[in-house]
Write a protein that binds this ligand. Structure first.
Ligand code: MG
Length: 275
């Protein structure tokens, strides 16, 4: 009974009926409301109004227990992609051989200039991603050439990594941007040389059997605890030149960018939870 109620509630079916009697009702008090001259009927709230608290409480299915990690450490159900001990979960995006980036004694890895991007061996779809990155000291170069890297979801949608401290550039390509698609809501970087965190929620786009996109993907980015991308729509790939494209794809790797100008960006503590 409770489970059935839950499933009904989960399958929230909202019917917009344009020619019904328009009686405005508080959704918390009843089952209909007026919106844009239509009557929206919340089916899960239709029928006889409950008269006891137990009728609106359910216990199944159980919520999985996840033990949180301490201060950014992986929670118990995470897939750890980099913990500082090896690059075994990563390959070169150029030729699929072993990743050639520098493995550092402090548990981080650093871009090995001009060896190319690296990517995970494992492919993912929808994920929660935690990743930490650091721009190097001393500072060198300017704009897009100052510690440019990037985190590519499904290998093709870039969340920009850039040393933005006293470093103007185009805002739709600055740190925290979805490259050339979405300007971040804030610039939340720590000082150059300190560790940043990105916590990213990614939902992949969906394609039909003919390769047409039927649902856009979306990205949410929290940068050092600050919301910088709020569930924004992915309009397609994130190229340097040209419009976003929408090639059909399934699950893809997480890719880290070697921008090719001695960026020296470092990464550590990378984990995902599949959604
Ligand atoms: Mg980049």
């Amino acid at each position: 009974m409770k489970n059935g109620f839950f499933l009904t509630a989960m399958a929230v079916s909202i019917m917009a009926v344009s020619c019904q009697e328009k009686v405005k009702v508080d959704p918390l008090e009843g089952g209909t409301e007026i919106k844009n001259d239509s009557v929206i009927v919340y089916e899960e709230y239709s029928g006889t109004e409950p008269t006891t608290p137990e009728e609106t409480e359910f216990y199944e299915p159980k919520v999985p227990v996840v033990k949180p990690g301490a201060m950014g450490a992986p929670p118990s159900d995470a897939i750890v992609l980099f913990d500082g001990t090896s690059l075994d979960n990563w390959i070169s995006s150029v030729d699929s051989t072993a990743a050639q980036w520098h493995l550092n004694k402090d548990g981080s890895m650093t871009v090995n200039d001009k060896t190319g991007n690296i990517q995970t061996k494992q492919n993912f779809g929808d994920v929660q991603l935690h990743i930490e990155w650091k721009s190097p000291l001393p500072v060198q170069l300017e704009g897009q050439h100052r510690a440019n890297s990037g985190i590519f979801l499904d290998g093709i949608y870039e969340v920009q990594v850039l040393d933005q401290n006293d470093n103007p550039t185009y805002v739709n390509g600055q740190v925290g941007s979805i490259y050339k698609q979405h300007v971040p809501l804030a610039m939340a970087s720590v000082p150059t040389g300190e560790w940043n965190t990105y916590d990213i929620i990614y939902h992949a786009p969906e394609f039909n059997v003919d390769g047409g996109k039927i649902k856009s993907g979306d990205i949410t980015v929290i940068h050092n605890g600050v919301l910088v991308q709020d569930h924004v729509e992915i309009k397609g790939t994130t190229p340097y030149i040209g419009w976003p494209k929408n090639p059909p794809h399934g699950k893809g790797p997480l890719l880290l960018q070697d921008h090719g100008d001695d960026s020296r960006v470092s990464y550590r503590n990378i984990w995902v939870r599949e959604l």
